[in-house]
Design a protein around this ligand. Structure first.
Ligand SMILES: [Zn+2]
Length: 298
């Protein structure tokens, strides 16, 4: 016996034959909303804090978003602080969404625009993943030490399921930056301790209507203890410039100057060298005063 939702999909596929694909207005069949694409609308829209970023451009003509890429921020900054960082043109990076440790979602770039999150990349044989993807940053140090909170994972899954449904993506069109970066091995996000399999299962649960979103309370505190704005890491093999290290560790080659600032004794990194890497955006702000973080809460 097919589940009811599948029957609805099949029924509508017949009813709507010739209507073409697209998200379009949702129809209602016995109280269940069904989009013209044939997707049963099971996922309610999550709430967003909008902090529009200028770091974006048009997608290529006729190209629509049809996959979701998960990242970690490699930072202790909140989603709102990350959104402020994306608002600085000097940052030269962005992502459509950033999910806070609390579960709060910040939106930086509209879905129909091309945000700058993936860099050189390929997904299932198709290059330039920024052209056809939606990027989701997940606030985490990316050190395999900081755990991802249950509220954060739930929020990532809810947002992803809603995007899949809204844009009529295949439900398996989810990937991680580490899986699409070119050359292979250039990126490590999301970190090994991100519960990837659990998050994928939750996306399916939302799409099947088996998980109902819970309201996300506004963030009220930063859980992480204060630090000096950097941590020490040992340079892995294959990274010969500060740009390489910034790309690998901070998810942006445009943050190399912060590494120079924090490691004045070394002209360049080499494998095995202990170096300081920033844990938030304060050093970026020192170098680019126009991008000062605005504390929106605390
Ligand atoms: Zn990334």
């Amino acid at each position: 016996m097919l589940p009811f939702s599948r029957l609805v999909t099949i029924g509508l596929a017949l009813t709507l034959a010739g209507c073409g694909m697209g998200t379009g207005p949702a129809l209602r069949v016995k109280g269940i909303a069904v989009r013209a694409s044939g997707y049963v609308e099971a996922v309610s829209a999550p709430g967003f804090v909008d902090l529009p970023s200028p770091n974006m451009n048009d997608r290529p003509e006729q190209v629509r978003p049809d996959c979701v890429v998960w990242h970690h921020t490699a930072s202790r900054a909140s989603a709102r602080q990350t959104g402020r960082y994306f608002q600085n043109p000097e940052a030269q990076v962005s992502s459509h969404y950033t999910v806070d440790r609390s579960g709060e979602i910040v939106r930086s770039v509209a879905d129909d625009r091309r945000s700058w999150h993936a860099g050189p990349s390929a997904y299932q044989g198709r290059n330039n993943v920024n052209d056809f993807s939606i990027g989701i940053e997940i606030c985490n140090l990316g050190d395999n030490g900081e755990a991802y909170s249950a509220a954060q994972v739930a929020s990532v899954a809810h947002l992803t399921a809603w995007l899949i449904e809204t844009h009529g993506m295949g439900r398996k069109r989810i990937t991680r930056h580490r899986d699409i970066a070119v050359p292979a091995g250039r990126k490590t996000d999301t970190s090994d301790n991100f519960p990837y399999v659990e998050a994928l299962a939750q996306v399916a649960g939302y799409l099947d209507g088996k998980i109902q979103p819970i309201p996300v309370p506004p963030p009220t505190s930063v859980d992480l203890a204060p630090d000096r704005g950097f941590r020490t890491v040992v340079v892995p093999p294959g990274l010969a410039t500060w740009e390489d290290l910034a790309d690998a560790m901070l998810d942006s080659p445009f943050r190399a100057d912060e590494l120079r600032l924090l490691n004045p004794a070394w002209p360049a990194p080499h494998a095995g060298l202990p170096v300081r890497i920033p844990t938030d955006y304060r050093h970026f702000d020192r170098l680019h005063p126009g991008g000062q973080l605005i504390p929106l809460f605390r």
